[in-house]
Design a protein around this ligand. Structure first.
Ligand code: NAP
Length: 479
């Protein structure tokens, strides 16, 4: 049997594929096998990438909207042609079950399509200056101008689509990008760079620099030529980099401990299958993964029974197997962390309804009951296949539990009562409220983002473009 040589990747700077001084091994979360050698960019490499981006700034700024849209459309076509390859890269480096990885590639395609469309719709408005005394005989309008170099720093969990949520709107708006992907998922970004190159994106408009967050990320966040940092990742890193970013624009898409509330009188069948998917898809490593379920006491026992039954049917295994629902967590350290958190909850009085152990290197989907609010599995972000189901006597009571959180990304409420739904929409302290659905819902053009430690700013192409452009006012004096 011949063994394949390990691929040595290169940095993508100014349209060139360049070697680095040092490399690190990229290891599959599931098999532990080495997948590739990844370049570790130095601060000099980062400076070169930022300089390359800056030097293409005017080219992009002057490029007509239809030309930017056309490049994005070509990228869409190339992603469609290389669909299977893209999904396998995600499955291998992120340990994402292939069926879910294919879903991510489909969404990536959607995201670049929306970006191509939105590139043609970036405009300002006319302002009636004569509404103010002294404003007579003036014509005023606004335009939206690209900001300049955008630093995009991305997490491991959606290595293609969350990168698309930064690169797509940046190109649509005419901004060059320096992309620093998560160390565990760089291959998706190199794949994107090849696609962008083939689609005819000008040299320097997209640069990919891999390496340690604390080195590469930090160098980007503090670089004078970087005009915006768009970050998706953990609250600790996001808050830290915002504190260093000075006057740069900063968008932060951070974590959460998302919840759903199930009111009395709700037919449970649809709720159960949606909730099981929301809790365990991609091992719970989704920013809006369902972590807390609050069920009305009238339905509590029935809900637990059905939820546990559906959880038992999930298939654990290799991410490349089409039948797999749940695979390995991103690192052995994360598995240990979550096992400790489960233990802590049990010591504090919680009960394990199913799971709580490992099968090989996979943490079993775990359902916990009666979890105290102060347990880490409740009040912190688990980012694992762990969900709690607690009993409530009213939706109002559950709203207070949902709001008693440092996070506020999305929340769901199942209810048959329109007044309850409207009250919940009004009172929940989150970026998005979903009535009759779980919080784990996103399509790629909706405004998406959180409050509190879940972040600041919105993504969803049109909204990201607003963040990535500066409003300029022009006034003609006819006096
Ligand atoms: P992470 O550890 O915060 O890493 C995110 C990115 O930041 C990576 O590229 C990382 O590089 C980089 N980084 C690390 N330290 C840095 C520093 N000091 N300065 C600048 N950059 C630095 O997050 P993750 O574990 O990859 O992703 C999971 C988190 O992302 C969860 O909290 C999840 O909720 C959140 N998330 C939020 C959303 C949303 O839209 N709200 C979506 C998806 C995920 P290295 O990999 O090299 O460390």
């Amino acid at each position: 049997m011949t063994t394949q040589p390990i691929q040595k990747e290169k940095l993508f700077v100014n349209g060139e594929w360049i070697e680095a001084k040092d490399y690190s091994s990229l290891v599959s979360p599931y098999s532990g096998k080495i997948l590739a050698q990844i370049p570790l960019a130095t601060i000099d490499d980062v400076n070169r990438a930022v300089q390359a981006a800056e030097s293409t700034r005017e080219t992009l700024r002057k490029m007509p909207a239809h030309a930017r849209a056309s490049i994005l459309e070509k990228m869409v076509k190339l992603f469609e042609e290389r669909f299977q390859e893209a999904a396998e890269i995600i499955a291998l480096e992120a340990g994402k079950p292939i069926a879910t990885a294919k879903g991510e590639v489909s969404r990536t395609i959607q995201t670049y399509k929306f970006a191509a469309e939105e590139a043609k719709r970036i405009h300002g408005e006319t302002i009636p200056l004569d509404a103010a005394p002294g404003g007579e005989n003036r014509i005023a309008y606004t335009v939206r101008e690209p900001l300049g170099v955008v630093a995009a720093i991305t997490p491991f969990n959606f290595p293609m689509n969350l990168v698309a949520h930064k690169v797509g709107p940046a190109i649509a708006a005419g901004n060059p990008v320096v992309l620093k992907p998560a160390s565990q998922t760089p291959l998706s970004s190199f794949f994107l760079a090849k696609i962008a190159e083939d689609a005819g994106l000008p040299k320097g408009a997209l640069n990919v620099v891999t390496g340690k967050g604390s080195v590469v990320g930090d160098a980007l966040v503090t670089h004078d030529l970087v005009k915006m940092v768009t970050f998706t990742g953990s609250p600790a890193v996001g808050i830290g980099l915002r504190n260093k970013a000075g006057l740069k624009k900063v968008t932060l898409e951070l974590g959460s401990n998302s919840a759903v509330i199930v009111d009395q009188g709700v037919p449970l069948d649809k709720v159960i299958s949606r909730s099981v998917t929301g809790a365990f898809a991609y091992q719970g490593q989704v920013c809006i993964s369902l972590q807390r379920i609050y069920v009305h006491e009238n339905l509590y026992e029935e809900f637990i029974e059905k939820f546990v039954e559906a959880t038992r049917k999930l298939n654990l295994g290799d991410p490349l197997d089409e039948a797999t629902d749940v695979s390995a967590l991103i690192s052995p350290g994360d598995k240990e962390r979550v096992l400790n958190w489960i233990q802590e909850a049990v010591q504090q009085g919680a009960e394990i309804a199913i799971g709580g152990e490992t099968t090989g290197n996979i943490l079993q989907p775990t359902v916990l009951l009666n979890v105290p609010a102060e347990s880490k599995v409740s009040c912190q972000e688990a980012f694992a296949p762990v969900v709690l189901i607690n009993k409530i006597s009213s939706v109002q009571e559950a709203i207070s539990y949902v709001n008693d959180s440092q996070f506020g990304l999305q929340a769901g409420v199942y209810t048959e009562n329109i007044h309850t739904a409207l009250d919940a929409a009004d009172q929940l302290q989150v970026g998005g409220v979903l009535i009759n659905d779980i919080p784990t819902f996103r399509v790629d053009h909706m405004p998406y983002g959180g409050v509190k430690e879940s972040g600041t700013g919105r993504e969803g192409i049109k909204y990201a473009i607003e963040e990535m452009t500066e409003l300029k006012l022009v006034i003609f004096n006819r006096n």
